[in-house]
Design a protein around this ligand. Structure first.
Ligand SMILES: [Zn+2]
Length: 211
């Protein structure tokens, strides 16, 4: 192989490697951007549904919905920080219109949406970020994914309680980890966050036993 041909070949391979890396990391960031939009819409939706639940006389459910809105808002902020780090513009995104119906219908819809996010969207996005070795993206997605699983458990629990007409049995107090957005009822507290290890004294809504 002559010198010129070898040089052209090296350049072509290098160019290909650069393009592939860029395209892969862009794929990972696309997944993160989709998750960011989804968390942002979800947070706005839960805020509206919480108000609707209060109007429908379901005060305890309303507290849970507010907590989930705060939790999703932390996920969106965490995703945004990573997007910014990689130079991906997210400011241009405009929130979707949110239709509010009666609480049983709202609850049915969010249960369906949370199930999809938890079972399909997040696992795929996390896998891609791990394959492409982008730990910042994988971490923020994994935190949100793990918290989504807990949110779904709490929503299912609340839905079952409401269907039996025992709305007052839904916990009234919820605490939020400010780092990863994890959500806890008082009886679930374990001293520190199970996902990011933040001390429970720093949780939003935490009150020391003396208070
Ligand atoms: Zn946490």
């Amino acid at each position: 192989m002559n010198q010129d041909l070898r040089l052209i070949l090296i350049c072509a391979i290098s160019l290909c490697l650069i393009c592939c890396t860029k395209s892969n990391s862009q794929k990972s960031l696309e997944g993160l951007f989709e998750s960011y939009k989804s968390e942002l819409v979800s947070s706005a939706k839960f805020t509206k549904y919480a108000l609707a639940a209060r109007s429908d006389g379901l005060d305890t459910l309303s507290h849970l919905l507010v907590a989930i809105a705060q939790s999703d808002s932390i996920h969106a902020a965490n995703h945004a920080k990573v997007l910014e780090k990689f130079g991906k513009d997210h400011e241009t995104y405009e929130k979707a219109d949110i239709a509010v119906k009666a609480t049983p219908e709202n609850l049915k819809l969010v249960l369906k949406e949370k199930s999809f996010v938890m079972q399909s969207a997040y696992p795929g996005f996390i896998k891609r970020a791990e394959q492409e070795k982008i730990p910042q993206v994988a971490t923020t997605l994994s935190w949100a994914y793990n918290v989504e699983k807990k949110q779904l458990q709490y929503l299912r629990m609340a839905s079952t309680i409401i269907s039996k007409g025992n709305e007052k049995k839904i916990p009234l107090v919820w605490l939020i980890c400010p780092t990863c957005g994890d959500i806890y009822s008082l009886q679930d507290l374990k001293g520190k966050c199970e996902f990011c290890l933040t001390a429970q004294e720093n949780f939003m809504g935490y009150k020391s036993p003396a208070e």
